[in-house]
Structure formats: C-alpha cells, structure tokens
Design a protein around this ligand. Structure first.
Ligand SMILES: C[S@@+](CC[C@H](N)C(=O)[O-])C[C@H]1O[C@@H](n2cnc3c(N)ncnc32)[C@H](O)[C@@H]1O
Length: 218
C-alpha cells in the first residue's frame, strides 16, 4: 500500500517535471513572436497595477519584460522566468531603464528565495501557464512578507456557465499552441494556496480578465 503511494507520488513528480519542460520549450519557441502576439493586457492596466508595487518586488513570469518600464520609481525589482529565451528579450530592455532590476532564470514552482523576502509579488498573464498553479501560488505565499501584496492581472475561467463551457472547449487548442490554459480557476487556486482576495476588478471579456490584489493575511 505504502509502496503504491510512493510510486504514485514519484509518477506525479515526473509528470509535472515533463509538463514544465514542455511549457518552457513552448515559451522558448514563441519568444521571438511574443511581443507582437501580446495584445491582451493594455499598457494602462499594467501601469495602474504596478503603481501599487512597493519595496522589494518579485515579478514572476517576467517574460519579455512588458511590465518593466511601468514600475514606479524607488522599487527594487527581481524578475524571474523559466524560459531563457523570453528572459533574453527582457534583458535587452535593461539598458534603457534606470530602475534597480535583477533578472534570473527560475521556476515559479520552486523559488530560490527565503521565506518573507518580498513586499510585493507581481504576475501578469502567468498563472494560465504555470504547470502546477497551486504549487506556484504556495511558493509566492511563502516568499511574500505577511504584510505583502500579490498583484495580478490574469485571465481565467468565467463564472458564466456558457462562457465557461466555451473556454473548456477551447482549452486544448490554446494549450497546444502557446501552453496557456484558458480555464484556470485562479481565484479558487489563490484561496487554496492560503491567500485572501483583498480586491478584484473585472477588466475585459466580462469576468475573464481580472485584476486581483491578494494578501497572505487579512
Ligand atoms: C503569457 S507570458 C506573460 C509574460 C509577461 N508577464 C507579460 O505580462 O507579458 C507567460 C510567462 O510566464 C512564464 N512562465 C510560465 N510558467 C512559469 C514557471 N513555472 N516559472 C517561471 N516562469 C513561468 C513563461 O515563460 C512566460 O514568459
């Protein structure tokens, strides 16, 4: 019985490792086209979200660095991404920015930072593709200070049953093309990972694209 459970959890770890590698390869492949494909998040939404970033900031899934020029002055930014090719584009932007920005290749599901290291964590359009979103959110919860904020703009499964059905149907196609799931239950995933939802705003496509402010403690 115990051996069965052990084999099962080993199988799950291997499956997640393979999936992570597949998604990383997809982002490496689309990196040169990413900026021209990225039309979902308006620059003004990025600016308004990041106006609330404070102190030591971790941006998870920094991608080609679309947020970097929108941070307010005085914050100290660490951006991580598991795709070296997406990161290479982000690094090109650093020459034009005066902010204190470090970029590192890292998997959001296994953050190499100590507990309670950051005042703010940012993710924009990332948790649709993190292979194990709850594990990624638990890691963010761990590295955020208890007084910190997780600021997100994410698309997710609609609460409307008709839209939700359409998104479930579409999901295999979007995963195959870009590695992005369109049917993630991000609000529920945040709650499972231990977050409280301090604020949510619907930004586009009814309730599909949302801006979220989540906190580790109320
Ligand atoms: C759709 S892009 C968004 C990029 C950027 N945040 C933006 O707003 O344009 C998703 C990014 O998340 C990264 N990503 C997905 N899963 C990840 C993980 N487990 N660890 C680190 N980065 C991840 C991808 O490599 C990609 O750069």
């Amino acid at each position: 019985m115990r051996l069965n459970k052990l084999n099962q959890s080993k199988w799950q770890v291997n499956k997640m490792r393979d999936l992570t590698e597949t998604i990383r390869r997809r982002y490496n492949r689309i990196a040169p086209m990413y900026n021209s494909m990225d039309t979902m998040i308006k620059p003004i939404w990025r600016k308004e979200l990041l106006a609330d970033a404070k102190g030591k900031v971790l941006e998870v899934g920094v991608g080609t660095g679309a947020n970097l020029s929108h941070y307010p002055p005085g914050v100290e930014i660490t951006g991580i991404d598991f795709s070296p090719r997406m990161l290479a584009y982000a690094k090109e932007q650093l020459v034009n920015l005066s902010q204190n920005i470090q970029l590192e290749q890292m998997d959001a599901q296994h953050l190499a930072f100590s507990d309670h290291s950051f005042d703010t964590v940012v993710s924009t359009c990332v948790f649709c593709s993190v292979p194990d979103p709850i594990q990624g959110l638990r890691e963010i919860h761990r590295v955020l200070k208890p007084t910190g904020h997780l600021l997100m703009i994410e698309h997710m499964l609609s609460d409307n049953p008709v839209l939700a059905f359409a998104l479930h149907m579409l999901n295999p196609v979007t995963v195959r093309i870009s590695g992005a799931n369109v049917n993630r239950k991000t609000i529920q995933n945040l709650q499972i990972a231990g977050f409280y939802i301090a604020d949510v705003k619907m930004l586009a496509f009814k309730d599909i694209v949302r801006r979220i402010d989540a906190v580790p403690h109320l």
